[in-house]
Design a protein around this ligand. Structure first.
Ligand SMILES: *Cc1c(COP(=O)(O)O)cnc(C)c1O
Length: 220
């Protein structure tokens, strides 16, 4: 199947108001352009080095999403153009994003990455860490950051009930933060969850953004 056919098929199975980020890591600019020529504009990368090589060679109207864990010393390379950072997971990272957003004279949207999976390797705030981060309130003085919602990954498992309950937890944390801190902020609205293997469940549980690589571009 071609990239174009894969995207068309994916779009048919996802409600029109759910945004699809095509995760293009390890795939070539030609493959990205095939998706672009089919109307795809949201692309995701998980490594700064790869993203900064690709971005200048590709059309300007692509919205670049950063979906991997982000090292502070690399924020400066993506700050001038990144559309949404899905992986804000510490105060120190926030302060660096703020600094580089100011330097680029931009406001950068970020999602709070939540660690809900039953796996030690996955990064993100534990629910209580995120509650504490929000309660401490230093994010309020980051005038060049827009906290736009939450992101999370489910455990890589065949147990679909576990996957569903993890997505449900992400959604309930979103609702909690929305009502406690962002009820007057229309820009806090995104729930980024669901990948090739589990996006249908994520959509059922309230995802507003899904991040799909393999199903669009094939195996990496
Ligand atoms: C690679 C990646 C994806 C896409 O994964 P697929 O299983 O290929 O769809 C989504 N989110 C993050 C954070 C990733 O690193």
């Amino acid at each position: 199947m071609s990239v174009r056919a894969n995207i068309d098929k994916l779009r048919e199975t996802v409600p029109a108001d759910v945004k699809i980020v095509a995760v293009s890591k390890f795939h070539s600019n030609d493959e990205i352009l095939e998706a672009y020529n089919d109307g795809q504009r949201l692309f995701g990368e998980s490594r700064v080095q790869e993203l900064t090589v690709k971005q200048p060679m590709l059309p300007d109207d692509i919205e670049w999403h950063f979906v991997g864990s982000l090292q502070r010393n690399k924020v400066k390379f993506i700050a001038p153009f990144v559309h949404l950072i899905h992986s804000l997971d510490s105060e120190r990272l926030m302060l660096e994003i703020e600094k580089q957003a100011v330097a680029s004279n931009r406001k950068i949207s970020c999602l709070l990455q939540l660690h809900v999976a039953d796996e030690e390797t996955k990064s993100g705030f534990l629910p209580d860490e995120c509650r504490q981060f929000l309660a401490e309130g230093r994010w309020r003085s980051c005038t060049n950051i827009q906290i736009a919602g939450v992101m999370g990954m489910a455990t890589y498992t065949d147990d679909l009930e576990q996957v569903r309950s993890e997505f449900r937890l992400i959604k309930s944390l979103f609702d909690e933060f929305k009502s406690q801190y962002f009820s007057n902020d229309d820009n806090f609205k995104e729930i980024s969850m669901g990948m090739s293997g589990d996006y249908p469940i994520a959509v059922e549980e309230g995802a507003t953004i899904i991040r799909v690589g393999t199903l669009i571009f094939g195996e990496r």
